[in-house]
Design a protein around this ligand. Structure first.
Ligand code: AP5
Length: 215
């Protein structure tokens, strides 16, 4: 079974698209950002190692990320197909993923490169709010909860991620340009890359990607 990658800078809507695809397909969502935030919250050794990198918008070391991804993939049967969100983020991680697939079985079908202009990214990230208990993602203007500060799903408290401050967002964008953008040509050369205009409404992005997956 073949897996997919949702590639793109901070705030392009990878998590929002993944939430939609989870409901429409059998891809298993693997978000390294979510896994690392959970590790920090639980106070595990991985969390302790990742904390300072994430708070400042720098990438967590490749070795740590590859270890948690391999652990996650090995929990499912060899027939499972995955939807990677926010991973890989460096050429080393992409090569590491190939090596994991060689060891555990699996391969890639598509890499969706979500493209959004920078001013839109800034607006999306500064307005993002997340549920403390279930992780549901909102936006103060484009996807507001019914009641301000309260999750529609489980009435949990909404909070702003610590790395969604303007200074850290700018750092994350710079890190993306330097360390992750090289993956675009890496996967284009392999014939796997599909550029997706993700600057419109979330439903438009959802439809573009679903069309490719169900073709
Ligand atoms: P991670 O959690 O992966 O963050 P990110 O890549 O910066 O992406 P975001 O979660 O910020 O954005 P998104 O694209 O998912 O957008 P979303 O759908 O939420 O990583 C965080 C940190 O962890 C990294 O900085 C790093 O330190 C570490 N890390 C993670 N993975 C790593 C790895 N592989 N290697 C090393 N380190 C790693 O949408 C954003 C907002 O916009 C929401 O409010 C949403 O409602 C809104 N929105 C979405 N789509 C639309 C739309 N079409 N129109 C209007 N609003 C929209």
């Amino acid at each position: 079974m073949k897996s997919i990658i949702l590639l793109g800078g901070p705030g392009v809507g990878k998590g929002t698209l993944a939430d939609f695809l989870k409901k429409q397909t059998d891809y298993i969502h693997v978000s390294t950002g979510d896994m690392l935030r959970a590790a920090i919250q639980s106070g595990s050794p991985v969390g302790l190692e990742a904390k300072s990198f994430m708070e400042t918008g720098r990438l967590v070391p490749d070795s740590v990320v590859l270890r948690i991804v391999e652990e996650r993939i090995s929990q499912d049967s060899t027939g499972a197909r995955f939807m990677f969100d926010g991973f890989p983020r460096t050429i080393e991680q992409a090569e590491g993923l190939d090596a994991i697939f060689k060891r555990l079985g699996g391969s890639l079908n598509h890499v969706f490169n979500l493209v959004v202009e920078r001013p839109v990214l800034l607006r999306r990230l500064t307005g993002r709010r997340v549920c403390k208990t279930c992780g549901a993602v909102y936006h103060v203007t484009s996807r507001p909860p019914k009641q301000e500060g309260v999750c529609d799903v489980d009435a949990g408290e909404l909070y702003q991620r610590t790395d969604d401050s303007e200074a850290t967002i700018l750092n994350r964008l710079e890190v993306y340009e330097k360390q992750t953008v090289p993956l675009i040509s890496f996967y284009r050369k392999k014939g796997l890359l599909r550029d997706i205009d993700a600057g419109g409404k979330a439903e438009e992005t959802d439809a573009l990607v679903l069309k490719v997956l169900t073709a």
